[in-house]
Ligand binder design. Structure first.
Ligand SMILES: [Zn+2]
Length: 406
């Protein structure tokens, strides 16, 4: 199945989302891509009444109706239209590498995409890769996912003899700024379960992600002229440093992997009078997650108790939760379905815990169990992003298989 042409069309629109626009969607470029997709879905033969474009919030919902008397589940596929604000997504110029030999790839801007730094490249010897020209990201996250879902839809509509249940498709905005599911209408979408097609290398499937919280710590110290400070001054910035040094080195992002959680100090500012710190807290295990939140509070209380003239406040808010508890054990058939579809196509399944969150995690808690599967790209959010053409084509096939494997 051919996805390249679609992919190249989608990456030509700048859909970079923005953390600070305050609008929904956060940028207007996402509307432009949405309009292209709506036109294409109609052209493919999806009837108008089965297509809904939420023009206020920029969500597309489309349905390919069941064509069988069999009672099959309604299966959903979701991809996001925006690209990460961490790198430019404007004027993306695709660069092709045919029959890749495993050597350094020089991007037109002069930077080098090298297997010394990115050894996964070596998995693609003999394949066709698409990169950017080195000045922008590529947009495979997640326009590869969109292209694959569109190719699947194309294929099912062109081959009505392939039996399937209702296939629900959604394209969403603003995933990269954590707002992809804010206005997602699970009921309108109409799927019993779904997959976000937003992962990395072919074969990846994930149904575990972090539990996540953010902590805001406000510290008030006691400022006195340094010459007369003895036994009086309490420096807020020094308290901040003390709080941070309570956290064991083994619980930092840079020392953890797989299912190990962490505290991450992402921002700290202040002076003698006052200081503020921002942490994110992550853990796959709910128990350890709760313990970490309590522990950060306890660190703050302990430091505060050592000085009478200071005040420390620690405010912790949950951000998202691990979808695992919504999938395992009752909904494992969703994961099994994807795994057996992969095996049938000679794709080696790789079950990976996500060290982050996904829109699917949010949706799982809104009542739509939704693991994440591969889209075929690597090095997301930066100028070294690339995607393998053969992977994209094969993943489109995989989606057809998942949609029809009963
Ligand atoms: Zn993504």
């Amino acid at each position: 199945m051919n996805t390249t042409e679609k992919f190249l069309r989608y990456i030509s629109t700048d859909t970079t989302s923005s953390e600070d626009s305050g609008e929904h969607p956060s940028t207007s470029g996402q509307f432009e891509l949405a309009k292209v997709l709506v036109m294409e879905l109609l052209k493919m033969g999806i009837p108008r009444e089965d297509l809904f474009f939420d023009e206020e919030h920029c969500y597309i919902y489309a349905k390919i109706r069941s064509n069988t008397m069999l009672k099959l589940p309604s299966i959903g596929f979701i991809a996001h239209m925006d690209t990460s604000p961490e790198a430019s997504g404007k004027d993306v110029r695709a660069q092709f590498v045919f029959d890749y030999e495993g050597d350094d790839i020089e991007l037109k801007a002069g930077n080098i995409l090298s297997p010394d730094v990115f050894p996964e490249l070596l998995l693609y010897k003999g394949k066709t890769l698409i990169t950017s020209d080195g000045t922008t990201l590529l947009g495979a996250d997640d326009k590869a996912g969109i292209a694959e879902i569109m190719a699947m839809a194309d294929h099912l509509l062109e081959n009505p003899d392939i039996e399937h249940g209702d296939i629900c498709i959604a394209f969403t905005p603003d995933e990269e700024i954590g707002e992809g599911t804010e206005f997602f209408d699970v009921e309108r979408f109409g799927a019993d379960f779904a997959y976000t097609v937003d992962g990395g290398a072919i074969g990846e499937i994930s149904y575990e992600n972090f539990n996540a919280a953010s902590a805001s710590i406000d510290i008030k110290g006691c400022n006195v002229h340094p010459g007369e400070a003895k036994d009086k001054m309490v420096s807020a910035i020094r308290l901040a440093m003390q709080i941070d040094s309570c956290i064991p080195d083994s619980e930092r992002p840079e020392t953890t992997c797989d299912r190990e959680g962490f505290f991450h100090l992402c921002n700290m500012s202040g002076d003698v009078s006052s200081a503020s710190m921002k942490y994110i807290i992550r853990d796959h295990s709910m128990e350890k997650f709760e313990e970490k939140k309590q522990r950060l509070k306890a660190y703050c209380e302990r430091i505060a108790s050592e000085y009478s003239s200071c005040h420390i406040e620690c405010d912790i808010k949950d951000t998202y939760f691990n979808m695992y508890e919504k999938i395992y054990p009752d909904n494992m058939h969703i994961v099994d379905r994807a795994i057996s579809a992969m095996k049938a196509l000679d794709i080696e399944p790789q079950v990976l815990p996500i060290r982050g969150g996904t829109d699917g995690a949010m949706l799982s808690f809104k009542g739509l169990p939704c693991p994440n599967i591969c889209a075929g790209g690597h090095n997301f959010h930066g100028v070294y992003e690339y995607v393998c053409v053969e992977s994209m084509d094969k993943i489109a096939e995989l989606l057809v298989r998942i949609a029809t494997s009963d």
